[in-house]
Ligand binder design. Structure first.
Ligand code: H2U
Ligand code: ZN
Length: 340
């Protein structure tokens, strides 16, 4: 099927994972690119920062002290949003006032003892250790009877609410499937039931044929600007082999994941020559004990930067009240991420 020329006309695109639409207005970026990019020099971070609550040996809020760790380090979040002992009480008044007690756990994962590193600047070998920690956390937390979903996510950069440049991520695990994975689960289950194939396996085949939205790939993973992207340089990292979760990756694929994480974050950093801010996270099989063949392991990257290191995208106005909207097409965003 020949793709219409979407470069000129406003149109909406369908997100088959969430079954929602995004408005694309490419004519607003038709004006030629000025090539001018404001750069904001970044303050260089020291390898060890005495006031950092994530650096080895330092004190955290609430009195705990980090060990002198030399690789990765996991601890219970001192300000956890979820608590293990929360009773799962329910409250329902006429179907309109509805609430449930939500038990869960929140952890913080330090990627490296080095305060000045980021995933883009860590070695593949060291990122592989982080991948192993993620798999360990997914397994350990997912095995708890009151945990049906494990969300691994990273906020990077002040703009995305990251509290500290020290390389780290968070793991929140809870009883009920959260909204975003719940939408994706419904869509993936429906696709499997209707077509007897996996939604993201099918989607990735189309993207590999088209090529224009591919950002980078290795034998195990591919990163694309999804056809339905909302954030200017949003990407979707997809396992090329069907795997429902991180725990199904074999040894080579785990290293493949470390490799693609480094490549993708490096492409982001190259875009505006800054340590690129984003929120990212994995979506994968819930840990409710069901096999969930419909689930396909992937990660979303949602970066807020738009035209330069200082101009960012805000979800305001029309987007809060009506629907998400973007100006730069996913095809153009992918080309820029590839460095074209
Ligand atoms: P973010 O940078 O994504 O906010 O993650 C840092 C987390 O670290 C945050 O959730 C926790 C915060 O609650 N934290 C501690 O657990 N102990 C501390 O001493 C400070 C911050
Ligand atoms: Zn630090």
């Amino acid at each position: 099927m020949e793709t219409p020329n979407w470069k000129q006309q406003p149109h909406r695109r369908y997100n088959p994972l969430t079954r929602e639409w995004v408005l694309v207005s490419p004519q607003r970026t038709e004006r030629p690119w000025q090539g001018q990019v404001e750069r904001r020099p970044e303050a260089a971070q020291p390898p060890y920062e005495p006031s950092c609550y994530l650096c080895p040996g330092n004190a955290r809020a609430g009195g705990a002290r980090n060990p002198a760790y030399t690789s990765t380090f996991v601890f219970e979040n001192d300000f956890a949003a979820l608590r293990a002992g929360t009773p799962p009480l329910t409250w329902n008044q006429d179907g309109l006032l509805v609430a449930e007690g939500e038990p869960g756990l929140c952890r913080v994962v330090c990627f490296s003892p080095r305060h000045d590193l980021t995933l883009a600047r860590m070695s593949v070998e060291d990122i592989r250790r982080v991948v192993d920690v993620w798999i360990g956390q997914y397994r350990e937390l997912g095995a708890l009877p009151f945990i049906d979903y494990v969300q691994i996510f990273e906020n990077r950069g002040e703009m995305m609410g990251c509290s500290n440049p020290h390389p780290h991520c968070q793991v929140w695990a809870n009883r009920a499937l959260p909204n975003e994975p719940a939408k994706e689960q419904q869509a993936q289950a429906a696709h499997l039931a209707e077509r007897h194939s996996c939604l993201l396996c099918d989607y990735l085949k189309l993207e590999e044929q088209a090529g224009e939205r591919l950002v980078c790939a290795n034998q195990w993973f591919a990163a694309v600007v999804p056809f339905w992207a909302v954030w200017p340089f949003e990407t979707l990292l997809i396992s090329r082999r069907h795997a429902t979760a991180l725990d199904q990756l074999d040894d080579a694929a785990k290293t493949g994941l470390a490799d693609i994480l480094k490549r993708l974050t490096t492409r982001y950093d190259n875009l505006f020559e800054v340590s690129f801010p984003y929120s990212m996270g994995f979506h994968q099989r819930p840990t409710d004990g069901e096999p969930h063949p419909e689930w396909h392991l992937h990660a979303h990257y949602y970066p807020p930067l738009l035209r330069s290191a200082t101009v960012r995208k805000f979800m305001v106005g029309y987007e809060m009240l009506a629907m998400p909207q973007r100006d730069i097409t996913p095809e153009e965003a992918a080309a820029r991420l590839r460095g074209e």
